[in-house]
Write a protein that binds this ligand. Structure first.
Ligand code: PEP
Length: 252
């Protein structure tokens, strides 16, 4: 089954609105001939509507880095799925390891967030990954199984038609350490089978599974050429349009 690769940039808490628009505009120019790969960037909430406006009529999609699962109300500092959609996003990153670590997100809150995203038609990118200790203790598969099955608990196939899974080993995020080709291959194969076991073969075949963790222009091709890898979630290297384009064009 042919899955269109997705190269997604997570801009984390970087760039003012002006800086974000500047990088997005440069990236759009560099991406104008990209047809066979979907490109997405996730700026901060503040920059999102500005970047969305600057990318109208381009082939770059917008994502948010998080959402809150309630529709509206007295939740100071939070942003709802509806608001994100109205600001111009199509995707939302959910359960990033930094949110799990620093903001105590759990599989239960992740599941509620995916539900909120799906309800308004935002495409969720569910991030999962093991810590270094969990890998050393050979718990990688059990950790990932729990994150996927609890994060996707209670959903039917229709709800998850646009789900994207992102495997991001925590020890590889922002560290310059990349998982080896064999490690990534093993995990992605495992996740593909897990989706089949939890849902169906068709669902597993159609769902994109991204790799994330210190992807850069030098290692992108090796990682993206792995059979069950359908793109990348990129942090640091997505902040610079000239670097990011060389990941997007890993095949060229
Ligand atoms: C990320 O934040 O999802 C990520 C993979 O970061 P980096 O590429 O910087 O490791």
């Amino acid at each position: 089954m042919k899955r269109t690769p997705l190269i997604a940039g997570n801009w984390k808490m970087y760039k003012t609105g002006t800086e974000a628009v500047e990088t997005a505009t440069t990236l759009a120019r560099l991406c104008s001939d990209i047809k066979d790969t979907e490109v997405m960037i996730a700026p901060t909430f503040l920059s999102l509507p500005l970047v969305a406006a600057s990318l109208e009529d381009t082939n770059i999609k917008i994502g948010a880095q998080n959402l809150y699962f309630e529709k509206q109300g007295a939740f100071t500092g939070e942003v709802s799925a509806d608001m994100i959609k109205a600001a111009g996003a199509q995707y939302v990153i959910i359960g990033h390891s930094e949110r799990r670590l620093y903001f105590r997100e759990t599989d239960t809150s992740v599941c509620r967030k995916i539900k909120a995203a799906v309800e308004v038609g935002l495409k969720p990118i569910l991030c999962i990954g093991e810590s270094e200790t969990q890998r050393n203790e050979e718990k990688t598969f059990s950790v990932l199984d729990k994150q996927v099955s609890d994060g996707l608990k209670g959903f039917g196939l229709d709800d998850l038609a646009h789900l994207v899974l992102a495997y991001e080993p925590v020890w590889a995020i922002g560290t310059g350490k990349t998982a080896g080709v064999d490690q990534v291959m093993q995990v992605h194969q495992h996740l593909r089978s897990l989706l089949e076991k939890l849902f169906s073969k068709d669902f597993s075949d159609q769902t994109r599974i991204l790799y994330g963790g210190s992807v850069n222009p030098e290692n992108a091709k090796n990682l993206m050429d792995i059979e069950d890898v359908d793109g990348a979630l990129v942090g640091g290297a997505s902040l610079d349009a000239d670097k990011f384009i060389n990941i997007i064009k890993y095949n060229k």
